[in-house]
Write a protein that binds this ligand. Structure first.
Ligand code: BTN
Length: 253
């Protein structure tokens, strides 16, 4: 059973804690039909049966050992053209918490995978609901590997693997919600001019030469430099800067 953090204004004031659920993002979307669902409501479960990842992938996490939850946000103050700001806010909030806990360098693998020691520790699935040309709501789905120590495939890591000890899930959730609220309120108030700089500096593979593959199967070498206002990845190649939207490029090696 998860409890509301004591030190937040609204984030996590209402926590819907489910022993099992298909996907907390889907559950949140169903709940959003109720207009009274307040901003900051968190849907959390010990076990997702149809957890969803980016690009239509499945999100699988060992039951009861990790955080799998969704936050309901109402960023009605944000122009749609600035929606990538929300990605930055959520990614940087998680980065800050993971860095504080692990004392390690933490990176954002564009658009919003959180990576430590070249391994993914957290996946984020943000789903926006628009009303005409403005935001109605947004569901920020977060899967953070906390106490899981064995994974069925190479690639992921967890807070426990990185630190050598296990964590109280409720405590980690409380920290996350507190930091997320701080970043989100700064966005709402138009503060944090360094957000884009911090995001850029945290980009995984930034200023390193690597190989990428486009959706069309083209393989090329280049260096991640930045993201533009629309959230497209800028990769510098021998032919100049190329811009990619989500799904258009895969980090290869
Ligand atoms: C990714 O890296 O592909 C994104 C993974 C997002 C997983 C979280 S777990 C909680 C929420 N509910 C879902 O079905 N997905 C997100």
């Amino acid at each position: 059973m998860y409890t509301s953090p004591a030190n937040t204004l609204f984030m996590g004031n209402q926590i819907i804690s489910l022993p099992e659920c298909h996907s907390t993002n889907d559950f949140a979307a169903e709940k959003l039909q109720e207009p009274t669902l307040s901003e900051g409501t968190v849907i959390i479960t010990d076990r997702q049966t149809r957890g969803r990842g980016q690009r239509g992938a499945e999100w699988v996490a060992a039951p009861g050992t990790n955080l799998t939850f969704s936050c309901v946000l109402r960023p009605t103050f944000l122009p749609i053209s600035a929606q990538f700001q929300l990605n930055m806010v959520i990614s940087l909030a998680i980065l800050d918490v993971v860095a504080e806990i692990t004392h390690k360098p933490v990176y954002i693998k564009w658009p919003n995978d959180i990576v430590v020691d070249d391994k993914k520790i957290c996946g984020i699935l943000i789903e926006n609901q628009l009303r005409g040309s403005v935001f109605a709501s947004s569901i920020a789905g977060i899967g953070l590997n906390v106490n899981q120590q064995q994974f069925p495939f190479e690639g992921p890591t967890s807070l426990a693997l990185l630190t050598g000890h296990t964590f109280d899930l409720d405590e980690v959730l409380g920290k996350l919600l507190h930091v997320l609220e701080t970043h989100y309120v700064a966005l709402r108030q138009g503060n944090a001019p360094d957000r884009a700089t911090r995001y850029r500096e945290a980009l995984y593979w930034r200023n390193e030469r690597h190989t990428f593959t486009t959706l069309a199967g083209e393989v090329f070498d280049g260096s991640v430099r930045d993201v533009d206002q629309a959230g497209r990845l800028q990769v510098e190649t021998d032919q100049g800067i190329r811009l990619f939207s989500v799904k258009e490029i895969v980090y290869t090696r």
